[in-house]
Design a protein around this ligand. Structure first.
Ligand code: FRU
Length: 506
C-alpha cells in the first residue's frame, strides 16, 4: 500500500515537473526577455486595463493571437502578485460585431455605481475602444466608440455590457483609449480620452452615461502625431507639493522619431486640466517606451508600464515567435528641480526579488577602460548595474560580444546629456532608422553622477539621476553580449553595484 502511494506520488511529481517544463519551454528563444513580460507567442502592443485588486496585478494588453504582426485586436491577459513574475491567462476580450478591442483601462467599482456588482462584491469594469474596421474602410469618421465589460470573479472572466457602446463618436476619426479614474471630491468617474490632437474629459456617475466636460491640448505640447493612450492622476512630491499629471502618448512625433510618452503637470478640478509649464516633457526620451500608463487602485503608488517598442519598426524586429515586451514596471515620483516639478521613474522595488549574485564595490577608480566583467567575475544575460560618483564627468559603459557588436551608454559632459548608442549594437537591417545614438539633455542640477541600467536579452533601460532622465532602448546582437566595461579619463566611483537577475520564466 505504502509503495503504491509512493509510485503515485512519484508519477504525480514527474508529470507536474514535465508540465512545468513544457509550460515554460517557449521562453528560451534568442532575444527572449527573461525579466520582462512578453506573450508566449504572437503580437502584442499597448498595456491595457492595468488594475490591482485583491492582491493581484492584472495586465491586459493589445494582442493578435494569430500572427506576429498587428492584426484584429483582442485583449490578452496576464496576472502577477509581485509585478515581476507573470502568469499567462486566457484571452479576456475578443472582437465582436461592434469592432476590434482597442486600448482602454480598468477600475474597481467599489460603490457598484454601474450596478454590475453581484453578492455585495464590487465588479471590475473595463472601459475600452470598439474600433469598427468596416466603418473605417468606408471612410466613416465614427469608427471608434467607447464600451464596457465587467468581471464578477476578480478579472478571470468578462462579460461585455449589453448596451455598448456607452460613449458614441461625435465625428472624430481618432477617438480612443479611455483612461477612467474615480474623482472622489465629486463622487464621479472621469474619463480621459485621446481625441485626435487633444484630450477630451468626460464624467459619469455610473460608467454608463458620459457628459463632456472640457478639452485640453490642441495648442499645447508636442503635436508631431496623433495623441493616444492618456492617463490622469494626482501626485504628491516629497515636500508635500501636490500636482496633477496628464500623460499623453504620441505617435509619430516622439523625440527619437515615431512613438513616445509626453506628460504635463498642472491642475485638475474635476472638469478642466490647466498646465503649469510651457516646455515639452517626455517621460522617457528613448525610442522604445510607448503607450505607457499607470495601474489603477494602487493607493500611494504610481506604477507605470509601457510597451517596449516603437511603431516605426515594431512589426519588423527580428523575433520569430512573439513580438514585443513590456518595460519593467516603474514607480513614478514627483521631484523638484529648481522651482519645477518633474516626473522621475525608478524600477519597482519588487525587482530586487530577482537579484542573485550581487557584488558591491566602493571607491573604484576608472582610468581608461576597466572591465566590469573581470571586477565582478561574472556576466549574466539579465542584470542591473548601478554606479554613483561624487563627480560628474564623461564616462561610458560598453556591452560587447565576440562578433564585434557593442552598445554604448553613458554621460557626455560637453553635451550635458545621457545617451545610448546602438549604432553598432547588432542587427538593424530591418529598419533604416533603428541604428542611432539617442540622447537626453540632463534635467538634474546635482553635481553627482547616478546611473542605473536594467539590462535584459534585448533591451536596456537607463535610469539616470534617480530616474529624472530615462532612456529605453531595444537591440538585437547576433550573439549575446559577454563583456561589460566602463571607461572614463579619470573618475572615482563611490559605489558600483552589479546584480544578476533570475529569470522570471524558468
Ligand atoms: C497605440 C494604439 C492605440 C490603439 C491601439 C491599437 O499604440 O494605436 O491608440 O488603441 O494601439 O492596437
Amino acid at each position: 500500500m505504502v509503495r503504491i502511494k509512493y509510485v503515485t506520488f512519484f508519477l504525480l511529481i514527474s508529470s507536474f515537473a514535465f508540465a512545468q517544463h513544457k509550460a515554460t519551454g517557449v521562453y528560451h528563444e534568442q532575444y527572449r526577455p527573461q525579466i520582462h513580460f512578453s506573450p508566449p507567442a504572437h503580437w502584442m502592443n499597448d498595456p491595457n486595463g492595468l488594475v490591482y485588486y485583491q492582491g493581484v496585478y492584472n495586465l491586459f494588453y493589445q494582442y493578435y493571437p494569430n500572427g506576429t504582426v498587428w492584426g484584429p485586436m483582442h485583449w490578452g491577459h496576464a496576472t502577477s502578485t509581485d509585478l515581476v513574475h507573470w502568469t499567462n491567462k486566457p484571452i479576456a476580450l475578443y472582437p465582436d460585431s461592434l469592432g476590434l478591442i482597442f486600448s482602454g483601462s480598468a477600475v474597481v467599482d467599489y460603490n457598484n455605481t454601474s450596478g454590475f456588482g453581484q453578492n455585495g462584491q464590487p465588479p471590475l469594469v473595463v472601459i475600452f475602444t470598439h474600433h469598427n474596421q468596416a466603418n473605417e474602410k468606408d471612410g466613416k469618421n465614427d469608427t471608434e466608440n467607447e464600451s464596457l465589460a465587467y468581471s464578477n470573479d476578480g478579472g478571470k472572466t468578462w462579460t461585455k455590457y449589453a448596451h455598448n457602446p456607452v460613449l458614441k463618436n461625435p465625428g472624430i476619426s481618432d477617438f480612443r483609449d479611455p483612461k477612467v479614474m474615480w474623482y472622489a471630491p465629486e463622487k464621479k468617474w472621469v474619463m480621459t480620452l485621446a481625441t485626435k490632437d487633444h484630450i477630451t474629459f468626460y464624467s459619469s456617475r455610473n460608467l454608463k452615461q458620459w457628459t463632456k466636460e472640457s478639452e485640453f491640448g490642441e495648442h499645447t505640447g508636442a503635436h508631431g502625431g496623433v495623441w493616444e493612450c492618456p492617463d490622469l492622476f494626482p501626485m504628491t512630491a516629497s515636500d508635500s507639493k501636490k500636482t496633477w499629471v496628464l500623460i499623453v502618448n504620441i505617435n509619430p512625433g516622439g523625440p527619437q522619431g515615431g512613438s513616445a510618452t509626453q506628460y504635463f503637470t498642472g491642475y485638475f478640478d474635476g472638469k478642466t486640466f490647466k498646465v503649469n509649464h510651457t516646455d515639452i516633457r517626455w517621460l522617457d526620451m528613448g525610442s522604445d517606451e510607448y503607450a505607457g500608463v499607470t495601474w489603477s487602485n494602487t493607493p500611494g503608488r504610481h506604477i507605470f508600464l509601457g510597451w517596449m517598442s516603437n511603431w516605426q519598426y515594431a512589426t519588423s524586429v527580428p523575433t520569430k515567435v512573439w513580438r514585443s515586451a513590456m518595460t519593467i514596471p516603474r514607480e513614478l515620483k514627483l521631484v523638484k528641480v529648481d522651482t519645477n516639478y518633474f516626473i522621475a521613474s525608478e524600477p519597482v522595488k519588487e525587482l530586487n526579488r530577482l537579484k542573485a549574485n550581487s557584488t558591491a564595490l566602493h571607491n573604484v577608480t576608472i582610468k581608461g577602460n576597466v572591465s566590469i566583467t573581470n571586477l565582478v567575475k561574472r556576466m549574466d544575460n539579465q542584470y542591473q548595474l548601478s554606479i554613483s560618483s561624487a563627480q560628474l564627468k564623461s564616462f561610458f559603459v560598453t556591452l560587447s560580444n565576440a562578433a564585434g557588436e557593442k552598445l554604448i551608454t553613458g554621460y557626455d559632459e560637453a553635451e550635458n546629456c545621457w545617451y545610448i548608442d546602438r549604432t553598432k549594437a547588432g542587427d538593424s537591417a530591418f529598419n533604416k532608422d533603428f541604428a542611432k545614438r539617442i540622447t537626453t539633455p540632463r534635467i538634474s542640477k546635482s553635481k553627482h553622477a547616478d546611473l542605473t541600467l536594467v539590462i535584459d536579452a534585448a533591451s536596456i533601460e537607463l535610469f539616470a539621476d534617480k530616474g529624472l532622465n530615462m532612456i529605453t532602448s531595444i537591440f538585437f546582437p547576433k550573439k549575446p553580449y559577454t563583456n561589460l566595461s566602463i571607461s572614463s579619463k579619470n573618475m572615482l566611483l563611490r559605489d558600483l553595484n552589479y546584480s544578476g537577475f533570475k529569470s522570471i520564466w524558468h
